[in-house]
Design a protein around this ligand. Structure first.
Ligand code: CU
Length: 370
């Protein structure tokens, strides 16, 4: 009995030594592939980070970057040029030259293949996401000594994500608690100022409009204000013709009816951004977009780039009060109600078209707006 206990104890100590303190393990014991995430999120929130950001692996180990969220990312070592072609996965990297994945739209159902890279030489290699400049990471490759186990990687991956998501949610809760600023307009009616999804300093995005359900009166104007360098649109109605392969949402021009919106047709702000303070002024930047509403109804709108992340909201327009000189008529119940999940179909079509056309064109356009 004593001998069995001693054997069990020895086995336990052996196992502990193998894993090592702090969740590291000897290089020789590392799994052939270490799994990490390139971004993550949930409807209304995108955490744009490599999770975890740093990693220590043994020479010959493969790192698999998974894409568990819809917001697109790349995993890019070195500096891409106009002629850089994305590498096929699995790839190998010796720390020299450029190695990049394609722009990859993820999916929480795990259907998107990870980008796998086998590291063949020791060194510390920094990498980034082509469209999220704050999104950086590094892989340290060692020939011996202690390296990360998958379990310690998982722990850091989860902690980083939970912390950053929590920060995004507290920013959103603060904005959700406020109502839209209202200012009387010289031309009549009021102007309601709405906020488009802010970003955190770390580069994560709240993919929402605030307030999400604004109420105004016919004749009022809504102004949307961009708050971050992240590109967004304010868009009413389906895109016609429906997006086909190679569709570039950045090429869709601004358009709105001169007389105001009556709940019909297509309205688009164009790509809206707010350059960070201190950035060179861009005279073409669309920082705000105004639209006058002329007819009672509830109108759904969306961001073309992020509708698939639930960046959708409504404006409810109530009928203007009946002039006192006339007898009050029956209340206007609003005839402009738009179809419920139309934006979902639109979002699906947009992403399918971008993926079919190859993401790199879109990556270049995203870069141009940052
Ligand atoms: Cu957006």
């Amino acid at each position: 009995m004593k001998r069995i206990l001693a054997a069990l104890l020895a086995a336990a100590i052996g196992a502990f030594a193998l894993v090592g303190a702090g969740g590291t393990q000897p290089a020789a014991a590392q799994a052939a592939t270490i799994h990490v995430d390139a971004g993550n999120g949930e409807p209304g929130y995108a955490v744009n980070a490599f999770l975890p950001e740093t990693l220590t692996i043994a020479t010959g180990t493969t790192v698999a970057w998974h894409f568990p969220w819809i917001e697109p990312h790349t995993t890019t070592f070195g500096t891409v040029t106009a002629t850089t072609k994305p590498a096929a996965s699995p790839a190998t990297y010796d720390g020299t030259g450029v190695l990049t994945s394609d722009l990859t739209f993820g999916n929480p159902n795990g259907s998107v293949k990870p980008f796998e890279v086998k590291f063949t030489k020791a060194g510390t290699f920094k990498y980034t996401c082509e469209i999220h400049p704050f999104m950086t990471g590094s892989v340290t490759v060692v020939n011996g000594g202690n390296v990360d186990s998958q379990s310690t990687v998982n722990e850091r991956r989860t902690n980083n994500y939970v912390n950053r998501l929590g920060e995004l949610k507290s920013v959103a809760a603060g904005l959700a608690a406020q109502s839209a600023a209202v200012t009387p307009m010289a031309s009549g009616g009021n102007k309601y100022t709405l906020t488009i999804g802010p970003a955190t300093r770390a580069g994560d995005d709240v993919m929402q409009f605030f307030p999400a359900a604004a109420k105004i009166t016919a004749g009022d104007t809504v102004e949307w204000k961009a708050t971050a360098p992240t590109p967004h649109t304010v868009t009413f109605g389906p895109i016609t013709p429906p997006p086909g392969p190679g569709f570039d949402p950045f090429a869709l021009p601004p358009s709105k009816p001169a007389a105001g919106y009556d709940g019909t047709g297509f309205v688009n702000s164009g790509i809206m951004t707010a350059s960070p303070p201190g950035a060179p002024a861009d005279p073409n930047e669309i920082k705000s977009f105004e639209l006058k509403f002329t007819k009672a109804g509830t109108y759904q709108y969306y961001c073309i780039l992020h509708a698939d992340q639930a960046m959708v909201a409504t404006i409810t327009v109530e009928a203007a009060p009946t002039p006192p000189t006339r007898a009050p008529g029956p209340p206007n119940t609003g005839s402009g109600q738009q179809g419920g999940d139309g934006w979902m179909l639109i979002a699906g079509a947009i992403v399918a078209a971008i993926v079919a056309g190859g993401g790199s064109v879109l990556a270049a356009r995203y870069r141009a707006t940052r």
